[in-house]
Design a protein around this ligand. Structure first.
Ligand code: IMP
Length: 428
């Protein structure tokens, strides 16, 4: 399929990095289209592990990485990543394209993000990763954003930037945070210009041309659908449209350009930061998932909250995104747990509901209704085909498929790219 969109179907950290890396083999372009450096994709290449926050991981596999207009770019992070990529002998000038229309995260945005979240009452603190993404997106929508194309313009740097930075400092002071040294900040921003310029281009035209030439394009969603600002657990969400909804506005490709939609879901559920999580397990099972699944944040190092697979949430996501198939990750982590539980509906205020509620208070009160499935004891790490999977693992996958209404096309049984089972065509 020429244009594939891959995105997270839960609350993030589903293992999109590995799935994108698996699919990126042979992709001409790998494109980030929303979010910013709040993402953290870890991929393993041989003995090395890479955590990339802005750069599409496909650049390490020979694809052209595109940071499209919907991403808010923190040049500090990007320049660091460019060095990391260059250290592997890959020239960013050849392998990376940055949209001229993308907005920037300016140096006051990350501390402002953190100060605003710290000022929220305990009950309403979002638990932002503090990368300046939400404040940069808010500025974009209130006409005070500063784009890559503006950064490349001497006139814009001279006329708009000092005002934006002064205003940023005022907001930092109001939020109780330290203002920035404006002279040093302006000098730093000036130093970004020649380093970024070789990668800047009109990525809308680039992607349309790619499509006309039938190139393979992989659209890499960051964060996840249950963190979507419109359809997630607002206000405990991120600040962008994370699924297919973000593609058209975030790349300039028409919505109908997406040929295949692949949702990445973990075989259980995790969540970083605040917000309702009906299937959360605070006892032994939760600790075990956290330990065996190495569930600690890539960006913040925070332990992730863990629990059973929530088919109500993933079903909601599959509907929203018109999902063609699922890449199910980390099923190996479940071996040795018996029984396995799948949440198929919620019980709340004396009612049974099967749809994902909009109100975070209602979701917070939801009690999961579980379907129990016998667990498997075997290690799955060596499985490379469906035939290698124990009967009970296949039954668990089939139960998930039935509940979410989509087929599992890819099963990940370990962190390495090779530790993957292609589940075959429907009916195979
Ligand atoms: P922000 O997008 O950094 O402002 O964070 C808002 C919420 O989304 C917080 O609960 C974060 O923990 C969560 N979040 C943001 N990015 C990611 C991600 O890539 N993975 C998992 N959670 C994320």
């Amino acid at each position: 399929m020429p244009v594939t969109c891959v995105f997270g179907a839960q609350w993030g950290d589903e293992g999109k990095g590995k799935v994108v890396d698996y699919l990126a083999d042979g992709a001409d372009y790998v494109v980030r289209y929303q979010g910013g450096a709040n993402a953290g994709h870890t991929i393993r290449v041989g003995d090395e592990s890479f955590a990339l926050r802005l750069t599409p991981s496909g650049v390490l596999r020979g694809s052209i990485g595109v940071i499209a207009n919907g991403v808010v770019i923190d040049p500090r992070v990007l320049l660091e990543e460019m060095e990391l990529v260059a250290a592997r002998g890959i020239r960013p000038e050849d392998s990376l394209r940055i949209s001229d229309r993308a907005h920037l995260v300016l140096p006051f945005h990350p501390p402002l993000d953190r100060a605003l979240d710290a000022a929220r009452s305990d009950a309403w603190r979002v638990g932002t990763t503090g990368r300046g993404v939400s404040t940069a997106i808010a500025d974009k929508h209130s006409y005070d954003g500063f784009r890559v194309i503006d950064l490349m313009s001497e006139r814009m740097r001279a006329e708009r930037l000092p005002y934006l930075l002064e205003r940023g400092n005022e907001r930092l002071r109001t939020a109780g945070a330290e203002p920035l040294d404006l002279t040093a900040t302006l000098a730093e921003i000036e130093s970004w210009v020649p380093r970024l310029r070789p990668m800047v281009c009109d990525t809308v035209a680039l992607l349309h041309r790619a499509r006309e030439e039938d190139r393979t394009v992989l659209l890499e969603g960051a964060q996840a659908s249950l963190l979507d600002v419109d359809f997630g657990t607002y206000p405990f969400t991120t600040s962008s449209n994370t699924g297919v909804a973000g593609v058209a506005s975030g790349t300039g490709l028409p919505a109908r350009a997406v040929d295949r939609v692949l949702a990445v879901a973990k075989a259980y559920t995790t969540r970083v930061g605040r917000g309702p999580f009906p299937t959360e397990e605070k006892g032994e099972v939760g600790r075990r998932l956290q330990e065996y699944g190495c569930e600690f944040g890539t960006v913040t190092g925070r332990p992730r909250r863990c629990g059973w697979f929530d088919a109500v949430g993933v079903r909601h996501v599959c509907r929203l995104n018109g999902v063609d198939g699922i890449a199910l990750t980390k099923i190996d982590v479940l071996s040795g747990i018996d029984p396995l539980r799948i949440c198929v509906a919620y019980q709340v205020d004396g009612r049974v509901i099967e749809d994902f509620p909009a109100d975070p208070d209602v979701l917070g009160r939801c009690e999961p209704i579980y379907q129990d499935v016998p667990g498997f004891m075997e290690s799955l790490t060596d499985a490379r085909s469906v035939d290698d999977l124990p009967e009970r693992a296949r039954a668990y996958v089939a139960a998930l498929e039935q509940q979410v209404g989509a087929r599992v096309e890819i099963l990940s049984v370990g962190p390495e790219r090779t530790e993957t089972v292609a589940m075959g065509a429907p009916g195979a």
